[in-house]
Design a protein around this ligand. Structure first.
Ligand SMILES: Nc1nc2c(ncn2[C@@H]2O[C@H](COP(=O)(O)OP(=O)(O)OP(=O)(O)O)[C@@H](O)[C@H]2O)c(=O)[nH]1
Ligand SMILES: [Mg+2]
Length: 395
């Protein structure tokens, strides 16, 4: 035999040997890997259930890459739920905040009422101060007129007495007899056992989502259960923002696809709340300007669709106190579209224009039920006329 033929024969025999030995080696290796995997992952499915995505039988096998070892992560710790503060006495914080923030109304009024002589000019200045604080022209004239008359009848009064008189006039203007309770208690006593439904509406950036989150905390602190409906489908971030609030107090949130129909999400949220038997469903809506007809129509639809489950219990308009008299026009239009039943006035902590509360109630007859006192999670207080006026007049 020629040397060349011998070399070919040797190579041929070596290849044949490899063809027999390699698959055996591979099989052994695979079994070793499986055993390792079974040892490291106690909950892993049995080997027979393994789903293969490899090449069909009969084709050339791709070189096998050992599967990367799956990291064994420790079980996630249960979320730490927050315990919201009780609501009683929260309004006192407003006084502290306003007096810290160089409260123009309180300081200005005290300076005027402390003058030796309360002449016409001084009374005019008192009027101007109240109008600047957004109390509204009509309300201011009425309040100052009564105060003037009282001061005249009672003779010379000290600044402290005059301040007390003004405070009682302002409290009277806020109509302390109005029902300010949030209609958030469920209908479990009725036959259908529906949850209470609160629809939150308002212009962009007024504080709707934040207020939804804060209300959920208050309700949960009082022992109620809550579902949050993210009917602001304009931005995915809006639903995330609401879910974050919910996650802190274990309130489930219902959301839809970004750009989806907000009425459908609101409907689903109430459906979910009814199925799970929660006490309250809070529906957050997208911010919309009151002069955008299409968006206002959309809001009307949200309310109509939700009402298929039963009447909405509370339609809460969120008004930013710093927008002043503009808030009145917003309130008027929103009321026409969705019949607002209560107002939450936000950002009172940063404004000397809290007088808008009086203007809103006088013009629209809608009770202010809640006030926002800051960005903190528990910076929301039930509205109480006397405590509010005391804060408004704080020097
Ligand atoms: N100082 C202060 N800030 C507040 C208050 N309420 C809300 N904010 C802030 O106002 C900003 C807007 O609040 P959001 O709750 O996102 O307002 P929104 O109405 O949901 O906004 P859109 O969904 O974009 O229309 C946030 O930075 C809040 O922290 C409040 O009572 N006081
Ligand atoms: Mg929002």
């Amino acid at each position: 035999m020629e040397p060349q033929s011998v070399i070919f024969l040797v190579i041929f025999l070596a290849l044949m040997a490899l063809a027999f030995v390699l698959p055996t080696l591979r099989r052994q290796r695979r079994e070793r890997l499986r055993e390792q995997e079974r040892d490291t992952l106690p909950g892993a499915p049995p080997v027979e259930e393994e789903i293969t995505t490899g090449a069909p039988a009969g084709t050339v096998e791709a070189p096998e890459v050992p599967a990367p070892a799956r990291p064994v992560s420790p079980p996630a710790p249960p979320p730490v739920l927050e315990k919201p503060e009780p609501t009683a006495g929260r309004l006192v914080r407003l006084r502290a905040r306003l007096s810290r923030s160089n409260n123009a109304l309180g300081k200005g009024l005290l300076a005027l009422l402390s003058r030796d002589k309360l002449d016409d000019d001084t009374w005019d200045e008192i009027e101007d101060t109240l109008i600047t604080a957004d109390v509204g022209v009509d309300a201011t004239r009425e309040i100052v007129g009564k105060l003037r008359e009282q001061a005249r009848v009672e003779g010379t009064a000290s600044a402290a007495d005059l301040r007390a008189m003004l405070a009682s006039q302002l409290v009277a203007a806020l109509d302390p007899t109005m029902d300010r309770s949030l209609r958030a208690t469920p209908h479990h006593d009725s036959t259908d056992g529906r949850p209470a439904v609160v629809l939150v509406v308002g212009v962009n950036g007024a504080g709707k989502t934040t207020t939804c989150g804060k209300i959920a905390r208050v309700l949960i602190a009082d022992g109620h259960s809550v579902v949050l409906g993210a009917a602001d489908t304009f931005r995915a971030a809006a639903a995330d923002q609401l879910a974050t609030w919910g996650g802190r107090v274990d309130a489930e949130d219902v959301r839809g696809p970004e750009g989806g129909d907000p009425a459908a999400v609101a409907f689903d949220a109430v459906k979910r709340g009814t199925e799970t038997g929660v006490d309250t469903v809070l529906i957050d809506t997208a911010g919309r300007l009151q002069n955008k007809i299409g968006l206002m129509d959309e809001l009307g639809k949200v309310k109509r669709v939700v009402s298929r489950h039963g009447p909405v219990d509370e339609t809460l308009l969120i008004l930013d106190a710093t927008t002043g008299q503009n808030g009145l026009e917003q309130a008027r239009v929103f009321t026409e579209v969705v019949d607002v039943t209560g107002v939450a006035l936000t950002k009172l902590d940063g404004t000397a224009k809290g007088g808008i509360v009086i203007a809103v109630q006088r013009k629209l007859g809608i009770p202010v039920k809640l006030v926002g006192l800051g960005e903190g999670p528990d910076d929301l207080a039930p509205f109480e006329p006397a405590a509010f006026v005391d804060a408004l007049l704080a020097e």
